[in-house]
Design a protein around this ligand. Structure first.
Ligand code: CS2
Length: 488
């Protein structure tokens, strides 16, 4: 079977597949993106594909920091790939916004050259929570080995923070305007955190540059949302059948797609409004609602559902007791922590999120969402618990997903199964130390370093709520056990 490339593209139009509606040979470089994973290719690359229809200045240089996988799959396809939109009727669209693909580990100089190319006006990132190398208090973790490496070798960085620091230094020395730098990861206040990390990094060696960055560089916060299950062979086969050519790395996502960017952008930008990207002053309201309601519910379904042997979000939300529990958590506990945001009706937002979880065309594995719990749970649930404690609101229900995560880790460790998490070794070690005794095991997990916000450690209310939840979940092995464990 032929491969998806510029030359096989015309054959797709005759099959009713949407293909880039612009002359790809005229596309110019305008964006550098770090982290060309599925999440990015489902969102930003899609929106920029829309932008290119009327403005060819916004082609993307994709930078993978380490992994060669996406470059190896997509470079032979001229950067083309398919998005399968899975809804009642599936739809296929070939995205043409990738201008080139680089692997930073192999091409440091080329990446730095792109970052200081005057045509590049926008830098975006989806490197997941762990890629930011932050301490639990939000500052840069200067003890992180990669940050230490970048501090010692500023012109041969390994991290996003290191690349941005060096590129901004070069831009400033050449008198060039800085680009807009947009974090698109699932972190609260993602832009502010990235700015703080870059400024703290730079301040170690160059206080003037740090001040210039604070003054001159826009790091808008942004919220990105579309459910994007990992690519599997079933998707590859489905796409090959629809296209009649082979795509080695297609992406699947739901029809819903949203990108909200804080209105602090400077200089030339794509015409965001024309492609459905929202630019607003109150991105924090959207970001928080999404992180706490959608992602918080996702992690709850993932850990509680996995204990009961459920496999997908759809199966988990279809379970009446889990559905009821998650709805109460969202409508009462999570919602109580959110403020009114213009253009966002929280009640309707919750309904819409639940509806999206119930999409039968999407097979979103709980195991995928369960990855990186040590990085996700603080943003998704622990911060909400801290606020609830301070405001005197209940925390008991929110302890259930956290205790489910303890059991998840314990069971994996007991079976000798790998845990996908940057803290995997420490977590497996903690899991192996667990005995099943709630008090002892909760204490063991409460000793996990660099995870707990300070107000949650040494707090008797937290500890006893975690112990109760841990005890109730201990016996959950299959879906029938959930009724008793979730109190319904
Ligand atoms: C999910 C997210 O894998 C996960 O942890 O909660 O990837 C979620 O699907 C997206 O944030 C939706 O936009």
């Amino acid at each position: 079977m032929d491969r998806l490339t510029n030359s096989t593209l015309p054959s797709l139009a005759t099959r009713g597949i949407q293909i880039p509606a612009y002359d790809r040979s005229q596309v110019q470089l305008g964006v550098v993106h770090f982290g060309p994973g599925a999440f990015h290719r489902a969102h930003q690359a899609f929106y920029l594909d829309e932008v290119l229809r009327t403005d060819l200045r916004w082609g993307i240089c994709e930078v993978a920091l380490q992994s060669t996988g996406v470059r190896d799959a997509l470079a032979p396809q001229d950067g083309l790939y398919t998005i399968a939109v899975l809804d009642k009727e599936p739809g296929y669209r070939v995205i043409g916004s990738i201008y080139e693909l680089l692997v930073a580990r192999e091409s440091t100089h080329a990446v730095l050259a792109r970052l200081v190319d005057p045509a590049v006006k926008l830098i975006t990132a989806t490197i997941t929570e762990k890629g930011y190398c932050l301490r639990p208090d939000g500052g840069l973790d200067t003890n992180h080995p990669d940050i230490q490496h970048d501090l010692a070798h500023p012109d041969a960085p390994r991290t996003l923070v290191g690349y941005l620091a060096h590129a901004l230094k070069l831009r400033r020395s050449k008198g060039m305007p800085p680009p807009n730098i947009v974090s698109c990861d699932n972190l609260a206040d993602n832009g502010k955190r990235l700015r703080r990390a870059v400024v703290e990094f730079v301040a170690q060696s160059d206080g003037e540059l740090a001040k210039w960055i604070e003054r001159e560089v826009a790091f808008p916060c942004s919220m990105v949302d579309s459910i994007t299950p990992a690519t599997d062979d079933a998707l590859r086969a489905r796409v090959a059948e629809a296209l009649g050519v082979e795509d080695r790395w297609p992406i699947q996502r739901e029809a819903f797609c949203q990108w909200v960017i804080e209105d602090t952008l400077r200089g030339p930008t794509p015409d965001w409004a024309s492609v459905g990207v929202t630019v607003t002053n109150d991105v924090a309201g959207f970001e928080r609602a999404k992180l706490r309601l959608l992602n918080g519910a996702h992690s709850t379904l993932a850990y509680v559902g996995s204990l009961a042997g459920l496999e997908t979000v759809y199966e988990a939300i279809d379970h009446p007791d889990l559905d009821r529990f998650v709805q109460t958590l969202m409508r009462e506990d999570f919602r109580a922590s959110l403020h009114e945001t213009q253009g966002l009706d929280l009640g309707r937002y919750i309904d819409a999120v639940l509806e999206r979880f119930r999409n039968p065309a999407i097979r979103h594995l709980l195991a995928q969402i369960a990855w990186d719990g040590s990085q996700k749970l603080p943003f998704r649930i622990l911060n909400t618990m801290v606020e609830a404690l301070a405001a005197g609101r209940p925390i008991d229900r929110m302890c259930v997903p956290i205790a489910a995560w303890f059991h998840f880790i314990r069971r994996k460790a007991a079976k000798g199964e790998a845990i996908t998490d940057p803290m995997a070794d420490t977590l497996s070690e903690l899991g192996r130390r667990c005995t099943g005794d709630a008090k002892q095991d909760v204490d063991t997990f409460l000793s996990l370093p660099r995870f707990w916000p300070a107000p949650l450690t040494n707090n008797d209310r937290v500890k006893s709520a975690l112990m109760r939840a841990y005890e109730r979940l201990a016996a959950v092995q299959n879906p029938d056990d959930l009724a008793a464990a979730l109190g319904g």
